[in-house]
Design a protein around this ligand. Structure first.
Ligand code: B16
Ligand code: MG
Length: 221
């Protein structure tokens, strides 16, 4: 049996926008607190919401601020991030993704976006990929962000599939944990920090329908 739905993370899977998020945080934190966020924190901000990212950063730097300042920092970071997205074009789609998406569609597999980003619909459009997606799960409707399973369960539901009928693709530790907690077959792209995934690819270039299908068959039946 073939899977019926494919649930995609966005930043770091479909587009090379992951570093733009971290660059924006770096600039904001440097401007307000005159400190630089260490590289090691980047992985901890991947896949988690804007607010959770800032919590992780402030905690690491031992900085406490008022709720009002917290909200303002989130807003300022988003403005900077969205500004950096102005230059986004279909050339920012990660290698192999366009081909993989087309392969899935040719097989009649439904696609849904399961990103923590509130900028997801805008980014998909800028990349010219919005028409391939049957649904976009809205992170604003989700109470518990990644690593909780909620966004992946909502994405599966949005394309009328059960968790066991889907695969989901992620580039972050929190995201793979979220997929596994949803009982969905997890496909990861990245390094050994993602070895808790059912199938790990070193890069998006390696992703093909044949390879994913094989891994799914081996694991499932
Ligand atoms: P926004 P994903 C996530 O996207 C990013 O990985 C994470 O760094 C970011 O904080 C989060 O989106 C929220 O993004 O500020 O645009 O709402 O990887 O889940 O596609
Ligand atoms: Mg991601």
């Amino acid at each position: 049996m073939m899977f019926k739905g494919a649930l995609f993370d966005l930043d770091g899977v479909i587009a090379d926008t992951a570093s733009l998020h971290f660059d924006a945080w770096r600039q904001i934190i440097l401007k307000h607190f005159e400190v630089s966020i260490p590289d090691t924190i980047e992985e901890k901000t991947k896949g988690v919401s804007r607010e959770d990212s800032l919590r992780v950063i402030l905690e690491h730097l031992n900085i406490s601020i008022s709720d009002y300042d917290f909200m303002n920092l989130c807003e300022e970071k988003n403005k900077l991030y969205v500004k950096s997205l102005e230059r986004l074009t279909p050339s920012n789609v990660l290698p192999g993704i366009d081909h993989f998406i087309r392969e899935l569609k040719e097989q009649g597999i439904k696609l849904a976006l399961a990103s923590s980003s509130k900028n997801g619909p805008f980014i998909l459009k800028k990349l010219g990929l919005d028409s391939f997606f049957d649904a976009i799960a809205n992170p604003e409707d989700i109470t518990n962000g990644k690593p909780a399973p909620d966004i992946f369960l909502a994405a599966a539901k949005s394309i009328h599939c059960g968790a066991e009928e889907c695969i989901a693709i992620e580039d972050s530790v929190a995201g793979v944990t979220a997929i596994n907690s949803a009982n969905i077959f997890s496909v990861a792209v990245g390094g050994t920090e993602l070895s808790h995934a059912n199938k790990l690819f070193s890069s998006t270039k390696e992703l093909t329908l044949l390879k994913v299908e094989k891994a799914w068959q081996n694991c499932k039946r």
